[in-house]
Design a protein around this ligand. Sequence first.
Ligand code: NAD
Length: 431
Amino acid sequence: MKDFAAVRAAQEKWAREPLTTRIQAIRKFRQLLEERRETLAEKLTDEVGKPINQARNELKGTLGRIDFFVEHVADNLADEIVRNEGGVEERIQHEPLGVIANISAWNYPYFVGSNVFIPALLTGNAVLYKPSEYATKTGLAIAELLHEAGIPKDVFVAVPGGKEAGAELLKLPINGVFFTGSYATGVKINEAVAKKLIRVQLELGGKDPVYVCDDVDIKVTAASVADGAFYNTGQSCCSVERIYAHEGIYKEFTEAFVKEVSAFVVGDPRDEKTYIGPLTRPEQVAVLEAQVKDATDRGAHILCGGKRVPGKDNFFQPTVLINVTSEMKVMRDESFGPIIGIQSARNDDEAVKLMKETEYGLTAGVFTKDAVRARRILAHVPVGSAYWNCSDRVSPYLPWSGRGHSGIGTTLSHYGIQAFLQPKAWHLKSP
Ligand code: NAD
């Protein structure tokens, strides 16, 4: 890690630059990302095993997020005169936090990284960026592009390494920590910085449910939910991880769902046709095996998959389980892989009860033709994002946050710009 004093000094200088200078550098970064999209996508695929089309999609989606931040940063930085009475002007100024640590995950390095470092840099912060040890090359490529785009080297500092490097960063006199990763690590980070009394944001895992009502188009819904569950090989924080189907359509839906899943092409992530690639962390294969064993020991049935792919390291077959219950690990613990359980629900009230049976609260979805029914159900489920007839969806215009074990704080939307700012109250009395 570089000299922290140099980073502090560089941040103060960066914050004094006109906003147009900071925007210009981020715009240039966007241009470089777009120009080199194919090479960067290939690098990401080689490093984490993300199917190439999905790597391209991630890079394309990142451009849209950058556009949102660039377009909205000025409004968020503008001073607000909230009152002018009795010769006293009351004004709110928005100041950057200072030097922040961004400890990141590997599953969407461009998305989860840019949700933090783009608004942080635009608002005048310096960033100590620790990419995941599973996405180091991509993390270093991001740093190189930012520097090439004009972000000073002491304003964006990549700190590669594993959990020890992350823990070392937290010992520095940082002004905030923005973490994306697992609940277990999030708790450790929260504890490590507790006495610093700094801004802490933790974007953590999920066990996101979808409830399929009895009035849906079965085939369309099965295809949509299957994509929500298996995209990125099931390694998304907001992947669908539990399905509850109304008993009236349970059998028909389950058959249609298995048909969709069985059609997924599993294979070399560099192949254009591949939809399911390898798991990024080899250890996760054993976690999925244990979830399948736990479920089948307790009475679940495997409708497809259930095993690692023979002869292919780190590949797990797309797996669908039925006869599952809330006690089973597969319906309780984050799976983070291509595996899902489908449980029958007698009615909407029971579906709500089942959806709430988790400590996580990232997203939840309801599929139905009836908007009122969907809103009524989702109003009772404590999650940061509620989906009607969709899932696994993130928009830069909407706040991204979790409840419970899914974390604290917000990225994206105007909340995700304010997250890198602190208000200063000015009481200005004319003489
Ligand atoms: P992880 O918790 O294993 O690691 C995340 C980062 O923390 C890595 O950079 C790692 O090196 C670092 N780290 C580990 N221990 C540390 C410590 N003691 N001190 C400081 N840093 C430490 O998570 P992961 O496997 O990289 O990511 C997968 C998890 O991330 C899943 O749970 C997923 O749901 C979650 N995630 C959440 C979101 C969201 O927006 N809510 C987005 C993506 C991923």
